[in-house]
Ligand binder design. Structure first.
Ligand SMILES: [Zn+2]
Length: 623
C-alpha cells in the first residue's frame, strides 16, 4: 500500500524540500487504507470492450470511434474524473481529411485551327490526383517525357525539362520512369518519379497544370490513376490529373503524323537517354477542370482529469498527463493495414494497438483516483494517431491545459504483448530525471527494461516531446499481428499488462509527490522527420508539423544546435522558399533537401506571424 511513498521516504538524495511526504502518508492512511490491494484490474474488460466487433476497429471519425469514446467517457465518469478545466465535455473534437474522391474532373481538347472541342468527362478518361488544387487551367500542351528532374547534387544528369519552356503551359508527362533502363538507373529515376515530385517540378517551372498518362509500354497502360488516401486538408498548389491513353492519343493526333504518337514518344525515352527532349504539341489547347472532394471529418480526443486531492503549495507544474491513442485502422481502408490479401477489408480489432494502452491509462487513473494526489492528473485518449498523430498534434497545438503546466507526459502504445519480461521505455532522453526514476520503480516491478532515449517515436509521445514536455512512452514490442485483423483481445497478456499499469502508477506517484517537476532536455534528432527517402544525407535540424494545414512548411520546432536553430528559425515559422525553390508542403521540402549542399549557405524565406522574413541556413552533414 502506497509503496511508492514509503520508498520515497527513505531516499535522501532528492532532499526533504522536494517531497511532500508527511501530508501524503497521513491523508492516505485516513482515506483509503487498503485501496490498492482491493482494486481488481479492469484491463481485460477495457481491452475486450474496445477491441470488440461492435467498435469495428475504431477508425478516426467513424461510428466505431464514437462508440469507443462513449466507453471511455463512461469509464472516466466511473472513476471520478471531471472534464478538463474550461471544457464542458470529455470530448475534444478536431477536423481532418478522412478521404478524397473525384467530384467530376474534366479535360477538353480544343483544336485551335477549327475551334472544335472534344470533352472528356468519364473517370476512366480523366481523374484528378488526390493532391491537386481545385481549379480550371487552359493552355497549350507541352509533352515533357517522364517529367523527372534528378537534382544536380546526384551527379546523374537527367532533367525532362532541360530544353523546354513550360511557363503557363499544360504539361503532359508519362507516369513512372523509363522502362528499359538498367536497374541502377531505374533505381535513381524511380526516386524522383513520385507523382508529388513530378507535380512540384512542373509547378516550379511555371506550368499551369500537370497531366499524367501511363504510357502503352508501362504498367497500367492507358489507365487513369485511382485516387489515393491523402490527409492534407487542401491542394498542393497546382492542377494535377491523370488522363487515359485515349485522351493523350487525341492530343497527339493534332500532329497529323502517324509517326508522332505517344507510343513512339515513350519508346524514344525508355532507354533513359537523358538527351531525348520533350516537345510542344501544336494546334491544340487543353482545358483541365479538377474537382477533388476532400471528405472532412471530425475526430474526437477524449480527456478528463482527477483533481489534486492534496493541493500543495510550491508545486511548480501542477499537472501530470497520461495518454494513449484509442483509434485504430477500422477495416484497413486507409492503406496502413498489413493484412494478407485474404483478410483485406476485415475488422482490424487493434487489441494491442492500442486498446491495451487505453486500458492502461484508465487503470492507472483508477489506481490514482483512490490515492492522495499533489498534482492534477490528466487522462487523455487520442484519435487519429494511425493517420499521422493527428489527434495529439491538434491537442498540442491548442492545449486545454497549458503545456508548461505539465510536469510530465506518459504515453502508452502497444503494451499488451510482453515477451520475455521485456518492457521498452522510450523518450527517456526528454528528461535527466527519468533514468533514476525508472530504476527505482523497477525495483518492485522487476522488468527487463529496454531504455531508449530517442523521443522521436512514431506515436503520440513525439507530439509532447516537441512541445518540450518531459515524456515517456511504454511499449512491449511489435509482433506478427501488428496492423492485422489478428490483433485480437484473446492474445493480450493481461497479467503483464497489469504489471505495466502498476509500474506506471508508481512513476506517476513519484512524479506527483515531488515538488520539483522533471526538467526537459531537447534530444538531437538523428533521423530527420519527413526525409525518409534514401540518399538524403544532409541535416537541417527542422521539425516539420505534419498535421496543421498551411501553404508552406510549418515548423513544430527546431533541433537544438542544428542549422535551422542557428539560422534563427523557430517553432511556428512557415518556410515558403528554400534555395530558390518554392515550398508549398512537406513533399516540396523533402525534395528541396536534395538540392541543398552540405556546408553551402542557402537562402530560406519564411513567414513569422504573417511577416515575410529571410534567413541563411547552412545544412550540415548527417551523422
Ligand atoms: Zn498502429
Amino acid at each position: 500500500m502506497i509503496a511508492g511513498l514509503k520508498h520515497v521516504h527513505h531516499q535522501g538524495h532528492q532532499g526533504p524540500k522536494g517531497l511532500l511526504i508527511a501530508v501524503a502518508v497521513v491523508l492516505a492512511s485516513i482515506a483509503q487504507p487498503h485501496a490498492q490491494t482491493t482494486t481488481v484490474s479492469k484491463t481485460r474488460q477495457h481491452v475486450t470492450a474496445l477491441a470488440s466487433e461492435r467498435l469495428e476497429g475504431r477508425l478516426a471519425g467513424s461510428n466505431g470511434e464514437k462508440l469507443a469514446s462513449d466507453y471511455l467517457v463512461a469509464e472516466l465518469r466511473r472513476i471520478g474524473a471531471k472534464p478538463l478545466p474550461g471544457a464542458t465535455d470529455f470530448l475534444l473534437p478536431f477536423e481532418f481529411t478522412a478521404g478524397t474522391k473525384d467530384g467530376g474532373s474534366t479535360a477538353t481538347i480544343t483544336d485551335t485551327r477549327s475551334n472544335a472541342n472534344r470533352p472528356f468527362t468519364a473517370r476512366t478518361d480523366v481523374q484528378a490526383l488526390s493532391f491537386s488544387d481545385n481549379a480550371d487551367a487552359t493552355g497549350a500542351v507541352v509533352f515533357a517525357g517522364y517529367g523527372i528532374v534528378v537534382p544536380e547534387a546526384q551527379n546523374f544528369g537527367y532533367d525532362s525539362y532541360a530544353t523546354l519552356d513550360v511557363k503557363d503551359k499544360i504539361v503532359l508527362v508519362l507516369r513512372y520512369f523509363p522502362e528499359d533502363a538498367d536497374i541502377k538507373t531505374k533505381g535513381i529515376l524511380a526516386r524522383y518519379a513520385d507523382l508529388r515530385y513530378k507535380a512540384m517540378a512542373a509547378r516550379q517551372r511555371g506550368a499551369k497544370a500537370l497531366l499524367v498518362v501511363a504510357g502503352p509500354h508501362s504498367p497500367n497502360a492507358g489507365e487513369t490513376i485511382p485516387m489515393s488516401f491523402d490527409t492534407a486538408l487542401s491542394g498542393s498548389g497546382i492542377v494535377a490529373a491523370s488522363i487515359s491513353g485515349t485522351v493523350a492519343d487525341a492530343m497527339f493526333a493534332a500532329f497529323g503524323d502517324p509517326g508522332k504518337t505517344l507510343a513512339a514518344a515513350q519508346k524514344s525515352l525508355d532507354d533513359a537517354n537523358p538527351h531525348v527532349a520533350g516537345f510542344a504539341i501544336p494546334s491544340v489547347t487543353v482545358t483541365v477542370h479538377t474537382n477533388v472532394v476532400r471528405e472532412k471529418r471530425t475526430g474526437h480526443n477524449v480527456a478528463g482529469y482527477l483533481p489534486a486531492s492534496v493541493p500543495a503549495t510550491g508545486v511548480d507544474k501542477p499537472w501530470i498527463a497520461l495518454g494513449a491513442h484509442y483509434d485504430h485502422l477500422g477495416h484497413g481502408e486507409n492503406g496502413n493495414s498489413l493484412a494478407d490479401k485474404a483478410d483485406t477489408g476485415r475488422i482490424h480489432y487493434g487489441a494491442d494497438d492500442n486498446a491495451s494502452g487505453s486500458a492502461a491509462v484508465l487503470a492507472v487513473g483508477e489506481a490514482m483516483a483512490s490515492r492522495p494526489r499533489h498534482r492534477n492528473i490528466e487522462l487523455a485518449f487520442w484519435s487519429g494517431e494511425e493517420l499521422g498523430l493527428i489527434g495529439s498534434t491538434a491537442y498540442v497545438n491548442k492545449p486545454t491545459v497549458p503545456l508548461d503546466q505539465l510536469a510530465a507526459y506518459l504515453n502508452f502504445d502497444m503494451v499488451g504483448r510482453m515477451q520475455d519480461n521485456k518492457l521498452t521505455v522510450q523518450a527517456t532522453g526528454s528528461s535527466p530525471a527519468w533514468g533514476r526514476l525508472l530504476e527505482q520503480a523497477n525495483i518492485a516491478a522487476g522488468f527487463d527494461l529496454l531504455i531508449q532515449a530517442d523521443p522521436y517515436q512514431p506515436t503520440d509521445v513525439a507530439s509532447f516531446n516537441q512541445a518540450s514536455v518531459p515524456s515517456l512512452n511504454f511499449f512491449t514490442g511489435t509482433h506478427t499481428d501488428y496492423h492485422r485483423p489478428s490483433d485480437t483481445a484473446d492474445k493480450i497478456d493481461y497479467e503483464d499488462l497489469d504489471r505495466v499499469v502498476e509500474f506506471a502508477t508508481a512513476i506517476v506517484g513519484r512524479v506527483g509527490d515531488t515538488v520539483q517537476a522533471p526538467t526537459f532536455t531537447k534530444v538531437e534528432q538523428t533521423t530527420e522527420s519527413g526525409s525518409g527517402r534514401a540518399g538524403v544525407r544532409l541535416f537541417t535540424g527542422t521539425i516539420p508539423d505534419y498535421s496543421t494545414e498551411v501553404k508552406g512548411l510549418l515548423l513544430s520546432g527546431v533541433i537544438g544546435g542544428g542549422p535551422a536553430e542557428q539560422a534563427g528559425l523557430q517553432k511556428g515559422d512557415i518556410i515558403v522558399e528554400i534555395a530558390g525553390q518554392t515550398i508549398a508542403n512537406i513533399y516540396d521540402y523533402t525534395y528541396a533537401l536534395e538540392v541543398l549542399k552540405i556546408g553551402e549557405p542557402a537562402k530560406v524565406v519564411y513567414l513569422r506571424n504573417g511577416a515575410r522574413r529571410e534567413a541563411t541556413l547552412t545544412p550540415a552533414a548527417r551523422k
